[in-house]
Design a protein around this ligand. Structure first.
Ligand code: TYD
Length: 196
């Protein structure tokens, strides 16, 4: 099964992705986006650098380039091998950040992501929901997106709500407030109810 975790910056996705990978066992493939291949990690550095100015469309294309490489080289082979794949962010991040928050258009970005991944979308997407203000307070680093502050995060949070409606067949919204263990229990419930 291919599972992605999504949420605003500081929603605790990365911690929960790690715990989910441990719970699913050693055969599970853990990835984070952007990244996961040599080329995608280089693209990640570029995208995270607040000193680099980028047009929104160029930014989107870079995310999609990284995703295309990761999908073809890592995700598809793993799924074909019968392994579970857990991704910290996937195409929904582009839809929320670039499509909605940056204004490139939700439909357009869905189309481009479809091309980049040759139509691969997660079987299950866990949307970790926290107040964007709380998330920004929790985020440890200051990448180019966090540096843009609360307004961007709020727009992203609204976009995720819309994605949860558009893709209700695969997106499960989880309350991400509370302790790490409490949220992990919610994550496991959602995964189990999908696999049983
Ligand atoms: P990430 O490293 O997951 O940050 P965090 O761990 O703080 O959530 O992602 C880096 C940033 O890239 C994050 O602010 C969200 C943004 N992003 C996009 O704007 N579009 C995308 O397609 C992806 C994958 C990430």
């Amino acid at each position: 099964m291919f599972i992605s975790l999504e949420g605003v910056d500081g929603s605790g996705k990365s911690t929960q992705a790690k715990l989910l990978v441990e719970a699913l066992g050693p055969e599970t493939v853990a990835i984070r986006e952007p990244g996961g291949t040599d080329a995608a990690e280089r693209i990640r550095e570029l995208l995270a650098d607040p000193a680099v100015e980028l047009e929104p469309l160029a930014e989107l294309m870079l995310f999609c380039a990284a995703r295309a490489d990761l999908t073809e080289r890592v995700i598809r082979p793993a799924l074909e091998d019968g392994r579970d794949v857990v991704s910290d962010r996937f195409s929904d991040s582009s839809v929320a950040y670039q499509g909605a928050a940056r204004g490139l258009g939700v439909g357009e970005v869905i189309g481009l992501c479809d091309t980049a991944t040759d139509g691969l979308w997660p079987d299950l997407t866990l949307l970790l929901k926290v107040d964007p203000e709380l998330g920004l307070g929790r985020a440890q680093s200051e990448d180019r997106f966090e540096a843009e502050g609360l307004e961007l995060q709020r727009a992203v949070a609204v976009a995720y709500e819309e994605i949860a409606i558009i893709a209700s067949d695969r997106v499960v919204v989880l309350d991400a407030t509370g302790t790490v263990d409490e949220v992990h229990a919610r994550v496991m419930d959602a995964v189990r109810s999908r696999t049983q």
